[in-house]
Design a protein around this ligand. Structure first.
Ligand SMILES: Cc1cc2nc3c(=O)[nH]c(=O)nc-3n(C[C@H](O)[C@H](O)[C@H](O)COP(=O)(O)OP(=O)(O)OC[C@H]3O[C@@H](n4cnc5c(N)ncnc54)[C@H](O)[C@@H]3O)c2cc1C
Length: 290
Protein backbone atom coordinates (compact mmCIF):
# COMPACT_ATOMS: atom_id res chain seq x y z
CA UNK A 1 0.00 0.00 0.00
CA UNK A 2 1.23 3.46 -0.88
CA UNK A 3 -0.33 6.89 -0.34
CA UNK A 4 -1.57 8.61 -3.50
CA UNK A 5 -2.61 12.23 -3.68
CA UNK A 6 -5.91 13.11 -5.34
CA UNK A 7 -6.86 16.54 -6.69
CA UNK A 8 -10.04 17.65 -8.42
CA UNK A 9 -9.29 21.05 -9.97
CA UNK A 10 -12.15 23.06 -11.43
CA UNK A 11 -10.18 24.94 -14.08
CA UNK A 12 -7.74 24.09 -16.86
CA UNK A 13 -5.11 26.44 -15.43
CA UNK A 14 -5.23 24.70 -12.04
CA UNK A 15 -4.95 21.30 -13.71
CA UNK A 16 -1.91 22.39 -15.75
CA UNK A 17 -0.31 23.91 -12.62
CA UNK A 18 -0.77 20.61 -10.75
CA UNK A 19 0.77 18.64 -13.62
CA UNK A 20 3.68 21.12 -13.88
CA UNK A 21 4.44 20.86 -10.15
CA UNK A 22 4.28 17.07 -10.00
CA UNK A 23 6.09 15.98 -13.18
CA UNK A 24 5.77 12.58 -14.82
CA UNK A 25 4.26 10.88 -11.73
CA UNK A 26 1.05 12.91 -11.98
CA UNK A 27 -1.72 11.52 -14.20
CA UNK A 28 -5.05 12.82 -15.37
CA UNK A 29 -8.00 10.63 -14.33
CA UNK A 30 -10.98 10.60 -16.68
CA UNK A 31 -13.09 7.42 -16.35
CA UNK A 32 -10.20 5.52 -14.75
CA UNK A 33 -10.99 2.30 -16.67
CA UNK A 34 -7.38 2.11 -17.84
CA UNK A 35 -5.58 4.20 -15.23
CA UNK A 36 -6.95 2.53 -12.10
CA UNK A 37 -6.38 -0.95 -13.53
CA UNK A 38 -2.77 -0.01 -14.41
CA UNK A 39 -2.13 1.51 -10.97
CA UNK A 40 -3.52 -1.54 -9.17
CA UNK A 41 -1.30 -3.82 -11.25
CA UNK A 42 1.73 -1.54 -10.63
CA UNK A 43 2.09 -1.02 -14.36
CA UNK A 44 2.06 2.72 -13.70
CA UNK A 45 3.48 4.35 -10.57
CA UNK A 46 1.49 7.48 -9.83
CA UNK A 47 1.89 9.95 -6.95
CA UNK A 48 -0.87 12.38 -7.91
CA UNK A 49 -4.16 11.69 -9.65
CA UNK A 50 -5.73 14.79 -11.21
CA UNK A 51 -9.44 14.24 -11.73
CA UNK A 52 -10.64 15.76 -15.01
CA UNK A 53 -14.34 15.59 -14.37
CA UNK A 54 -14.83 18.91 -12.60
CA UNK A 55 -13.20 20.90 -15.40
CA UNK A 56 -15.98 22.30 -17.61
CA UNK A 57 -13.99 22.20 -20.89
CA UNK A 58 -13.20 18.51 -20.37
CA UNK A 59 -16.82 17.47 -19.84
CA UNK A 60 -18.46 19.73 -22.45
CA UNK A 61 -20.00 18.51 -25.71
CA UNK A 62 -20.90 20.75 -28.60
CA UNK A 63 -22.31 19.19 -31.77
CA UNK A 64 -23.40 21.36 -34.67
CA UNK A 65 -23.90 20.49 -38.36
CA UNK A 66 -21.89 23.61 -39.39
CA UNK A 67 -19.24 23.79 -36.66
CA UNK A 68 -18.66 20.09 -36.16
CA UNK A 69 -18.25 18.17 -32.92
CA UNK A 70 -16.14 19.30 -29.98
CA UNK A 71 -15.94 16.51 -27.44
CA UNK A 72 -14.44 17.25 -24.03
CA UNK A 73 -11.65 14.80 -23.28
CA UNK A 74 -13.43 13.27 -20.26
CA UNK A 75 -16.87 12.79 -21.84
CA UNK A 76 -17.86 9.13 -21.31
CA UNK A 77 -18.86 6.86 -24.18
CA UNK A 78 -22.51 6.62 -23.10
CA UNK A 79 -22.88 10.36 -23.67
CA UNK A 80 -21.47 9.93 -27.18
CA UNK A 81 -23.99 7.31 -28.30
CA UNK A 82 -26.71 8.81 -26.10
CA UNK A 83 -26.65 12.08 -28.06
CA UNK A 84 -29.15 12.15 -30.92
CA UNK A 85 -27.06 14.79 -32.73
CA UNK A 86 -23.84 12.79 -32.52
CA UNK A 87 -25.65 9.61 -33.55
CA UNK A 88 -27.07 11.41 -36.60
CA UNK A 89 -23.92 13.28 -37.66
CA UNK A 90 -21.13 10.93 -36.52
CA UNK A 91 -22.39 7.33 -36.55
CA UNK A 92 -18.81 6.17 -37.24
CA UNK A 93 -17.77 7.47 -33.82
CA UNK A 94 -20.82 5.88 -32.22
CA UNK A 95 -19.75 2.52 -33.74
CA UNK A 96 -16.57 2.71 -31.66
CA UNK A 97 -18.00 4.25 -28.48
CA UNK A 98 -20.63 1.53 -28.25
CA UNK A 99 -18.04 -1.27 -28.64
CA UNK A 100 -15.65 -0.22 -25.88
CA UNK A 101 -15.98 -2.67 -22.99
CA UNK A 102 -19.62 -3.13 -22.02
CA UNK A 103 -22.39 -0.94 -20.64
CA UNK A 104 -20.71 -0.47 -17.24
CA UNK A 105 -17.36 0.47 -18.79
CA UNK A 106 -19.05 2.85 -21.23
CA UNK A 107 -20.58 4.69 -18.28
CA UNK A 108 -17.07 5.78 -17.25
CA UNK A 109 -14.68 5.30 -20.17
CA UNK A 110 -14.04 8.37 -22.28
CA UNK A 111 -12.97 8.70 -25.90
CA UNK A 112 -10.25 11.11 -24.74
CA UNK A 113 -8.97 8.53 -22.25
CA UNK A 114 -8.98 5.87 -24.95
CA UNK A 115 -6.80 8.12 -27.10
CA UNK A 116 -4.48 9.18 -24.24
CA UNK A 117 -4.01 5.57 -23.19
CA UNK A 118 -2.66 5.18 -26.74
CA UNK A 119 -3.08 1.43 -27.00
CA UNK A 120 -2.58 0.12 -30.56
CA UNK A 121 -6.04 -1.53 -30.33
CA UNK A 122 -7.93 1.45 -28.80
CA UNK A 123 -11.26 1.28 -30.61
CA UNK A 124 -12.00 4.98 -30.83
CA UNK A 125 -8.69 5.90 -32.45
CA UNK A 126 -9.19 4.54 -36.01
CA UNK A 127 -12.72 6.00 -35.96
CA UNK A 128 -11.36 9.42 -34.94
CA UNK A 129 -8.66 9.26 -37.63
CA UNK A 130 -11.18 8.25 -40.30
CA UNK A 131 -13.30 11.26 -39.30
CA UNK A 132 -10.35 13.68 -39.52
CA UNK A 133 -10.33 14.50 -35.79
CA UNK A 134 -7.79 16.80 -34.16
CA UNK A 135 -6.66 16.90 -30.53
CA UNK A 136 -6.56 20.17 -28.57
CA UNK A 137 -3.67 20.03 -26.10
CA UNK A 138 -2.89 22.50 -23.31
CA UNK A 139 0.27 22.92 -21.28
CA UNK A 140 2.16 25.67 -19.45
CA UNK A 141 3.44 27.00 -22.80
CA UNK A 142 -0.06 27.37 -24.23
CA UNK A 143 -2.21 25.42 -26.64
CA UNK A 144 -1.47 23.28 -29.67
CA UNK A 145 -3.52 21.16 -32.02
CA UNK A 146 -2.42 17.75 -33.29
CA UNK A 147 -4.16 15.55 -35.89
CA UNK A 148 -5.19 12.32 -34.17
CA UNK A 149 -3.15 10.22 -36.62
CA UNK A 150 -0.02 11.93 -35.22
CA UNK A 151 -1.01 11.69 -31.54
CA UNK A 152 0.17 8.16 -30.64
CA UNK A 153 3.90 7.54 -30.96
CA UNK A 154 4.39 3.99 -29.59
CA UNK A 155 2.31 1.50 -27.56
CA UNK A 156 1.08 3.46 -24.53
CA UNK A 157 2.98 6.60 -25.59
CA UNK A 158 1.90 9.81 -27.25
CA UNK A 159 2.88 13.40 -27.99
CA UNK A 160 1.69 14.72 -24.58
CA UNK A 161 4.42 16.11 -22.34
CA UNK A 162 4.05 15.27 -18.61
CA UNK A 163 2.73 18.80 -17.94
CA UNK A 164 0.23 18.77 -20.81
CA UNK A 165 -3.33 17.50 -21.00
CA UNK A 166 -5.82 16.74 -23.72
CA UNK A 167 -8.63 19.30 -23.51
CA UNK A 168 -10.91 18.13 -26.29
CA UNK A 169 -11.26 16.44 -29.64
CA UNK A 170 -12.62 18.27 -32.64
CA UNK A 171 -14.31 16.51 -35.55
CA UNK A 172 -14.96 18.66 -38.62
CA UNK A 173 -18.53 19.20 -39.79
CA UNK A 174 -19.63 16.28 -41.97
CA UNK A 175 -19.67 17.16 -45.67
CA UNK A 176 -22.78 16.44 -47.73
CA UNK A 177 -22.67 12.85 -49.04
CA UNK A 178 -20.16 11.75 -46.44
CA UNK A 179 -20.26 8.74 -44.15
CA UNK A 180 -18.04 6.73 -41.83
CA UNK A 181 -17.97 3.26 -40.30
CA UNK A 182 -15.82 1.52 -37.69
CA UNK A 183 -15.62 -2.26 -37.46
CA UNK A 184 -13.48 -4.57 -35.39
CA UNK A 185 -12.84 -8.28 -35.04
CA UNK A 186 -12.39 -9.85 -31.63
CA UNK A 187 -11.18 -13.43 -31.31
CA UNK A 188 -13.85 -14.56 -28.82
CA UNK A 189 -17.36 -13.54 -27.89
CA UNK A 190 -16.53 -12.35 -24.37
CA UNK A 191 -15.41 -8.78 -23.74
CA UNK A 192 -12.04 -8.35 -25.46
CA UNK A 193 -10.01 -5.84 -27.37
CA UNK A 194 -9.65 -5.82 -31.13
CA UNK A 195 -7.50 -8.28 -33.05
CA UNK A 196 -7.97 -5.75 -35.86
CA UNK A 197 -10.07 -2.58 -36.09
CA UNK A 198 -10.73 -0.52 -39.22
CA UNK A 199 -12.26 2.93 -39.55
CA UNK A 200 -13.31 4.31 -42.92
CA UNK A 201 -14.59 7.78 -43.79
CA UNK A 202 -15.75 8.67 -47.31
CA UNK A 203 -17.00 11.72 -49.13
CA UNK A 204 -18.86 10.95 -52.37
CA UNK A 205 -19.69 13.01 -55.47
CA UNK A 206 -23.12 14.68 -55.61
CA UNK A 207 -24.63 11.72 -57.46
CA UNK A 208 -23.00 9.26 -55.06
CA UNK A 209 -21.18 7.39 -57.85
CA UNK A 210 -17.56 8.43 -57.18
CA UNK A 211 -15.26 8.82 -54.22
CA UNK A 212 -14.16 12.43 -53.65
CA UNK A 213 -11.94 11.70 -50.65
CA UNK A 214 -11.42 8.71 -48.38
CA UNK A 215 -9.66 8.07 -45.08
CA UNK A 216 -8.91 4.54 -43.89
CA UNK A 217 -7.39 3.94 -40.44
CA UNK A 218 -6.19 0.65 -38.97
CA UNK A 219 -6.01 -0.48 -35.35
CA UNK A 220 -4.04 -3.33 -33.73
CA UNK A 221 -1.80 -3.88 -36.75
CA UNK A 222 1.16 -1.71 -35.75
CA UNK A 223 2.71 -0.08 -32.69
CA UNK A 224 0.21 2.77 -33.11
CA UNK A 225 -3.06 3.13 -35.00
CA UNK A 226 -2.22 3.80 -38.66
CA UNK A 227 -3.69 6.19 -41.22
CA UNK A 228 -3.50 4.05 -44.39
CA UNK A 229 -3.07 7.03 -46.70
CA UNK A 230 -2.37 4.73 -49.68
CA UNK A 231 -5.82 3.17 -49.32
CA UNK A 232 -7.47 6.60 -49.38
CA UNK A 233 -5.36 7.71 -52.35
CA UNK A 234 -6.32 4.55 -54.26
CA UNK A 235 -9.99 5.59 -54.11
CA UNK A 236 -9.93 9.38 -54.55
CA UNK A 237 -11.65 10.24 -57.85
CA UNK A 238 -12.53 6.59 -58.55
CA UNK A 239 -15.95 5.07 -59.17
CA UNK A 240 -17.62 3.38 -56.21
CA UNK A 241 -17.36 -0.30 -57.11
CA UNK A 242 -16.36 -3.65 -55.65
CA UNK A 243 -13.22 -3.51 -57.76
CA UNK A 244 -12.01 -0.10 -56.51
CA UNK A 245 -12.87 -1.04 -52.91
CA UNK A 246 -10.89 -4.29 -53.28
CA UNK A 247 -7.87 -2.31 -54.54
CA UNK A 248 -8.09 0.00 -51.52
CA UNK A 249 -8.33 -3.00 -49.19
CA UNK A 250 -5.15 -4.40 -50.76
CA UNK A 251 -3.43 -1.02 -50.17
CA UNK A 252 -4.57 -1.11 -46.52
CA UNK A 253 -3.14 -4.63 -46.16
CA UNK A 254 0.18 -3.37 -47.51
CA UNK A 255 0.16 -0.49 -44.97
CA UNK A 256 -0.47 -2.81 -41.99
CA UNK A 257 2.47 -3.85 -39.80
CA UNK A 258 0.90 -6.70 -37.82
CA UNK A 259 2.59 -8.94 -35.26
CA UNK A 260 1.55 -12.35 -33.95
CA UNK A 261 0.31 -12.51 -30.36
CA UNK A 262 -2.30 -14.31 -28.26
CA UNK A 263 -5.15 -12.66 -30.22
CA UNK A 264 -4.01 -13.80 -33.66
CA UNK A 265 -1.18 -14.32 -36.08
CA UNK A 266 0.27 -11.59 -38.27
CA UNK A 267 -1.09 -13.49 -41.28
CA UNK A 268 -4.62 -13.62 -39.86
CA UNK A 269 -4.47 -9.94 -38.96
CA UNK A 270 -3.43 -8.99 -42.47
CA UNK A 271 -6.30 -11.07 -43.86
CA UNK A 272 -8.71 -9.30 -41.47
CA UNK A 273 -7.46 -5.89 -42.58
CA UNK A 274 -8.59 -6.75 -46.11
CA UNK A 275 -12.00 -8.05 -45.02
CA UNK A 276 -12.74 -5.24 -42.55
CA UNK A 277 -11.51 -2.50 -44.89
CA UNK A 278 -13.90 -3.70 -47.59
CA UNK A 279 -16.80 -3.91 -45.14
CA UNK A 280 -16.05 -0.58 -43.45
CA UNK A 281 -15.80 1.18 -46.81
CA UNK A 282 -19.07 -0.40 -47.98
CA UNK A 283 -20.74 0.67 -44.72
CA UNK A 284 -19.39 4.20 -45.03
CA UNK A 285 -20.68 4.41 -48.63
CA UNK A 286 -24.15 3.24 -47.51
CA UNK A 287 -24.21 5.94 -44.84
CA UNK A 288 -23.01 8.60 -47.28
CA UNK A 289 -25.80 7.69 -49.69
CA UNK A 290 -28.51 7.46 -47.02
C1 LIG B 1 -13.31 -4.50 -18.74
C2 LIG B 1 -12.68 -3.53 -19.71
C3 LIG B 1 -12.99 -3.63 -21.05
C4 LIG B 1 -12.42 -2.77 -21.98
N1 LIG B 1 -12.74 -2.90 -23.30
C5 LIG B 1 -12.20 -2.07 -24.21
C6 LIG B 1 -12.54 -2.19 -25.58
O1 LIG B 1 -13.34 -3.01 -26.00
N2 LIG B 1 -11.95 -1.32 -26.46
C7 LIG B 1 -11.05 -0.37 -26.04
O2 LIG B 1 -10.57 0.38 -26.88
N3 LIG B 1 -10.74 -0.23 -24.75
C8 LIG B 1 -11.28 -1.06 -23.83
N4 LIG B 1 -10.96 -0.93 -22.51
C9 LIG B 1 -9.99 0.10 -22.10
C10 LIG B 1 -10.64 1.41 -21.60
O3 LIG B 1 -11.95 1.24 -21.15
C11 LIG B 1 -10.57 2.52 -22.65
O4 LIG B 1 -9.26 2.74 -23.10
C12 LIG B 1 -11.19 3.84 -22.10
O5 LIG B 1 -11.74 4.50 -23.22
C13 LIG B 1 -10.24 4.76 -21.35
O6 LIG B 1 -10.95 5.94 -20.95
P1 LIG B 1 -10.98 6.44 -19.43
O7 LIG B 1 -11.81 7.67 -19.44
O8 LIG B 1 -11.40 5.36 -18.51
O9 LIG B 1 -9.44 6.78 -19.25
P2 LIG B 1 -8.51 6.78 -17.92
O10 LIG B 1 -8.32 5.38 -17.45
O11 LIG B 1 -9.05 7.78 -16.96
O12 LIG B 1 -7.19 7.33 -18.57
C14 LIG B 1 -6.47 6.57 -19.52
C15 LIG B 1 -5.08 7.18 -19.69
O13 LIG B 1 -5.16 8.43 -20.35
C16 LIG B 1 -4.70 9.48 -19.50
N5 LIG B 1 -5.64 10.58 -19.69
C17 LIG B 1 -7.00 10.51 -19.61
N6 LIG B 1 -7.54 11.68 -19.92
C18 LIG B 1 -6.51 12.52 -20.19
C19 LIG B 1 -6.44 13.89 -20.58
N7 LIG B 1 -7.54 14.64 -20.75
N8 LIG B 1 -5.23 14.44 -20.79
C20 LIG B 1 -4.11 13.70 -20.61
N9 LIG B 1 -4.10 12.41 -20.25
C21 LIG B 1 -5.30 11.83 -20.04
C22 LIG B 1 -4.68 8.93 -18.10
O14 LIG B 1 -3.74 9.56 -17.27
C23 LIG B 1 -4.36 7.47 -18.36
O15 LIG B 1 -2.98 7.31 -18.55
C24 LIG B 1 -11.52 -1.78 -21.55
C25 LIG B 1 -11.22 -1.66 -20.19
C26 LIG B 1 -11.80 -2.52 -19.27
C27 LIG B 1 -11.47 -2.36 -17.83
Amino acid sequence: MRAIQYAAPTSLSDAVALLSQSGARARILAGGTDLIVQMREHLREVDLVVDAKRIPELTAVSCDPQQGLTLGAAVPCYQVYGSADIARLYPGLVDAASLIGGTAIQGRASVGGNLCNSGPAGDSIPALIALGATARILGPGGERTVPVEQFCTAPGKNVLQPDELLVSLHLPAPQPRSGARYLRFIPRNEMDIAEVGVGAGVELSADGSRFVSVRVALGAVGPTPILAAEAGAALAGQAVSDETIRAAAAAAQAAARPISDMRGTAEHRRHLVGVLTRRALAGAVDRARA
